[in-house]
Design a protein around this ligand. Structure first.
Ligand SMILES: [Zn+2]
Length: 52
């Protein structure tokens, strides 16, 4: 019997910096649509190919 939401059912995105998939986190629940990077570290790093 299902109980709650399994981790594998969480929405995921792929980080454009490290190219790794990352899953929804509680801290992003109000801002998931705007989340692009998997971490603050990646957010500060420009994706490869971005030149300005
Ligand atoms: Zn990343």
């Amino acid at each position: 019997m299902p109980r709650g939401v399994a981790k594998r059912d969480l929405p995921t995105k792929t980080c454009p910096v490290c190219q790794r998939p990352f899953a929804w986190r509680k801290k992003w629940e109000r801002d998931w649509a705007n989340v692009v990077y998997c971490s603050d570290r990646c957010r500060r790093t420009r994706p490869a190919g971005t030149d300005s």
